[in-house]
Design a protein around this ligand. Structure first.
Ligand code: UD1
Length: 427
């Protein structure tokens, strides 16, 4: 398995192009199942999770063409999906267990074919992560669901009917599944307490481009009036706000000046607010966001993860790496996932001073972290170790690089281009 080696202590100077958002691309690809016409998605990132979703769609009978190069910069990579004939409505365990977002085919398959059999995703490194909200919402739309032998067996004998769904908690995936299903249901569906993440809005805008009727995009109440059919569209994926925040934090931890291009400040307002308080300089430019740390270390600030527009849980581990090197202390509270401090023991091996108390972690900043051999359990935890390695004295080796490849396109290339001493060691 590949590893990443970092020799820390270099300031970052230069430009980093931000890719299209992984978490927008996956539901957008699933939306390809909703129409027999072609859906073309540009600005698609080149990532392992995208390949997993492509494999899942192919086995449902979707034909696809991939054009352009990831290296071509923004809009370089385009996928055209055509689900003229859905030949199989089953999503097997082998693919779903690789990636939880596979469950996003459930709504579209039900809407288009009236039935679907999807493996239950099961647990993952950051918690139990059930799909009960997806299933309850679909039941309200008239879907009959049985859980058997680890599979969700769903069918809609009388078609999907619009309904009022009130989510007891905010769920990105459940909002996306319901929005896709409701687009082809009979009548009006109202989703209350819907997720407002930019990736949810991106999906909504794409569905509208395909002919769906959705009101309230960007708010917590979505009203969807079902239409008999959706058509094709050409759509560009929103920039990745988590990748944007991650590289802004890389500058916070190393110092230097980097322009993040192809991204937008409005996607990361809560993150910017926290980083500005910590002493980072951030400003909007014509092509993206300029991030600068001219002084010494950033200052400790408190952070709590929340659904959008709050601080994203997907940046919590990276923020902890930054706070580990800050001046002063910080309290980091995780409210979305119950088990998302798996990076703490590894950061501690690099000299971070972190104490976890329930859902909160007290981080006391140290002037120096030291390089170590580390491994991580999930995508964002792995990248937090990369950030720590960029600041640490000496050499850091990161194992299980496949986690990074799920969510960060050409990570080592992008950082090396700004002066980081980072190399992928091939096995
Ligand atoms: C998405 C993102 C993930 C991010 C998360 C929260 C994708 C592909 N993934 O995941 O990177 O960390 O949003 O911003 O977009 N829950 C239930 N029942 C359900 C569904 C969720 O209890 O049926 C709980 C989860 O366990 C969690 C919380 O709701 O505690 C939020 O999860 P959710 O927003 O659904 O996350 P995902 O859509 O899986």
């Amino acid at each position: 398995m590949d590893r990443i080696r970092i020799r820390g202590g270099k300031r970052l100077e230069g430009t980093i192009p931000i890719s299209g958002a992984k978490n927008a691309s996956l539901p957008l690809m699933a939306a390809g199942l909703l129409t027999e016409d072609t859906l073309s998605l540009s600005n698609l990132p080149h990532l392992a999770d995208i390949v997993t979703m492509a494999n899942l769609l192919v086995q449902h009978g979707v034909s696809m063409e991939m054009n352009g190069h990831a290296e071509g910069g923004h809009g370089g990579r385009v996928i055209s999906l055509s689900a003229a004939n859905i030949t199989n409505t089953q999503a097997p365990y082998d693919l779903v267990r690789k990636m939880r977002a596979s469950v996003l085919v459930l709504g579209p398959l039900l809407a288009r074919c009236g039935e679907a059999v999807v493996s239950l995703p099961g647990g993952c490194a950051i918690g139990t992560r059930p799909v009960d909200l997806h299933l309850k919402g679909l039941e309200a739309l008239g879907v009959e669901i049985e859980l058997e032998e680890g599979y969700i067996k769903a069918h809609a004998p009388n078609g999907l009917k619009g309904a009022h769904v009130v989510f007891p908690m905010v769920s990105v995936g459940a909002t996306e599944n319901l929005m896709m299903a409701a687009s082809l249901a009979e009548g009006e569906t109202v989703l209350t307490n819907a997720a407002r993440e930019p990736e949810v809005s991106d999906l909504a805008h794409c569905l509208v481009a395909m002919g769906a009727q959705i009101e309230g995009i960007g708010s917590d109440t979505l009203t969807i009036t079902g239409v008999p059919r959706l058509g094709g569209a050409i759509y560009s994926v929103v920039p990745d706000r988590i990748e944007t925040g991650t590289y802004a934090m890389a500058v916070a931890i190393t110092g230097g000046e980097v322009e993040l291009t192809g991204t937008r400040m409005d996607l990361i307002e809560s993150v910017t607010e926290v980083l500005l308080r910590a002493g980072l300089e951030m400003s909007e430019t014509e092509s993206g966001v300029l991030v600068r740390r001219s002084g010494d270390r950033v200052k400790g600030v408190d952070v709590m993860t929340e659904p959008f527009p709050g601080f994203p849980t997907d940046l919590q581990a990276q923020m902890m790496a930054v706070m580990s090197c800050a001046e002063g202390a910080s309290m980091i509270t995780e409210t979305i996932f119950e088990n998302r401090f798996m990076h703490v023991p590894e950061l501690s091996r690099m000299g971070a001073n972190v104490h976890v108390h329930g859902a909160s972690a007290i981080v006391r900043g140290s002037p120096h972290l030291t390089g170590a051999e580390v491994m991580a359990t999930d995508l964002r935890a792995s990248v937090s170790l990369v950030l720590a390695g960029l600041a640490a004295e000496g050499e850091t080796i990161i194992n299980r690089v496949y986690h990074l490849d799920r969510g960060y396109e050409r990570l080592e290339e992008k950082l090396a281009a700004c002066g980081a001493d980072i190399t992928r060691l091939k096995d």
